[in-house]
Design a protein around this ligand. Structure first.
Ligand SMILES: Nc1ncnc2c1ncn2[C@@H]1O[C@H](COP(=O)(O)OP(=O)(O)OP(=O)(O)O)[C@@H](O)[C@H]1O
Ligand code: SF4
Ligand SMILES: [Mg+2]
Length: 332
């Protein structure tokens, strides 16, 4: 196969709620190559989980497409989806909620193999043992139940389960945000190690920029259901181009003196607007320190600016210097 392992094009999803239509995300396009980690960042409610669930086909898209290893899976029937589905696996934020408490860990890990008719019992148990070993758990863990493990261990089990079918794509939705800070780094290192050795195409969702910086090759910044900036992670951390990315970085101390020196100082005020009634023009304008008149009426298209894509009227220039500080804050 040539081309990306995962390619998302113009994807959109709305929910009908009692108060109106929630536009969870719209017009989302990106691709992830084998061996690459793409991080999706943004505040709570911006649509990250909805996007992951739609890619994973836990719910259907309203528009757009998801291609997995070159095959458009967006509208395949459940039955037609099955052989493709095993190529893509998801690791959830809350490993406990996603592990059946009544089953032993061995049975939980064996289940995907049984569903796909892989191996005989002895062969499958060998695979379970190797999977447990890879995520740093003893073979004896197979006999126990999920509640007998700590949060970090449960997330290791969730990862082992995701790896059983040898996927090419791993979707991780806030995989460490439910864990104690002291065990987050261990689980992140494990994820990064597995991603590299299996050349996984990984979509890594997090609201924590410190975590993203540790993991990502490229970053997608989402605001109110739209990608507002995307590009190489190092470049985005060094020179955020979109005012929202600048504000997110301003709110997140980064343990690196170079990044810290370049960190903008704007403050992100208030909460994001409701996705039921998004503002006209640029969705970020009510909170943007750089907003001007047209920002209130014209939606900025996502366009190429230097080494990245940015949806901001005021991001200018195709050289490094102009990306650094393209404009000065305006009084509201
Ligand atoms: N099944 C649903 N029905 C109605 N609205 C929903 C549903 N799922 C999500 N939403 C709404 O869609 C928007 C996006 O939610 P989503 O869970 O994708 O955000 P998120 O970025 O994952 O947030 P968080 O960081 O808190 O996990 C929110 O306004 C949420 O309330
Ligand atoms: S388009 Fe205008 S309101 Fe939106 S981020 Fe850019 S400057 Fe701010
Ligand atoms: Mg979420």
């Amino acid at each position: 196969m040539t081309g990306p392992m995962l390619a998302v094009e113009g994807l959109a999803k709305s929910y009908r709620a009692s108060r109106g239509t929630v536009r969870a995300f719209e017009d989302v396009s990106f691709a992830v190559a084998a061996g690459e980690t793409v991080a999706l960042v943004g505040e709570s409610g911006c649509g990250k989980t909805s996007l992951a669930k739609t890619i994973y086909r836990l719910q259907d898209a309203d528009a757009g497409s998801v291609r997995l290893a070159g095959t458009d899976i967006t509208r395949l029937s459940r039955r037609a989806l099955r052989p493709h589905r095993r190529l893509m696996q998801m690791v959830f934020q809350d490993p406990y909620a996603s592990l059946n408490p009544r089953l032993t860990v061995g049975r939980i890990l064996e289940e995907p193999l049984i569903v796909h008719g892989i191996g005989d019992r002895a062969g499958r148990q060998g695979q379970v043992r190797r999977a447990l070993e890879r995520v740093g758990l003893a073979a004896a863990a197979a006999e126990r139940h999920p509640h007998q493990f700590s949060g970090g261990q449960r997330q290791r089990i969730g990862l082992a389960r995701a790896l059983m079918l040898e996927p090419g794509v791993l979707l991780c939705d806030e995989p460490v945000s439910a864990l104690d800070v002291s065990v987050q780094a261990q689980v992140l290192n494990l994820l990064a190690g597995v991603q590299e050795e299996r050349r996984l195409a990984m979509l890594f969702i997090s609201h924590d920029l410190g975590v993203v910086r540790h993991m990502a090759d490229r970053v997608l910044v989402m605001y109110l259901g739209r990608i507002v900036e995307s590009g190489p992670a190092r470049r985005i951390f060094a020179r955020p181009a979109h005012p929202y990315t600048r504000a997110l970085l301003a709110a997140a101390p980064v343990p690196d003196p170079d990044v810290e020196a370049a960190r903008p100082r704007e403050i992100l005020q208030g909460d994001p607007p409701s996705p039921i009634d998004p503002p006209p023009g640029c969705g970020f304008h009510p909170r943007c320190a750089f907003a001007e008149a047209r920002c209130r009426t014209e939606r900025p298209p996502l366009r190429t600016v230097g080494d990245r894509r940015v949806a901001c009227h005021r991001a200018t220039g195709d050289d490094e210097a102009s990306l650094r500080l393209p404009f000065a804050p305006q009084p509201h």
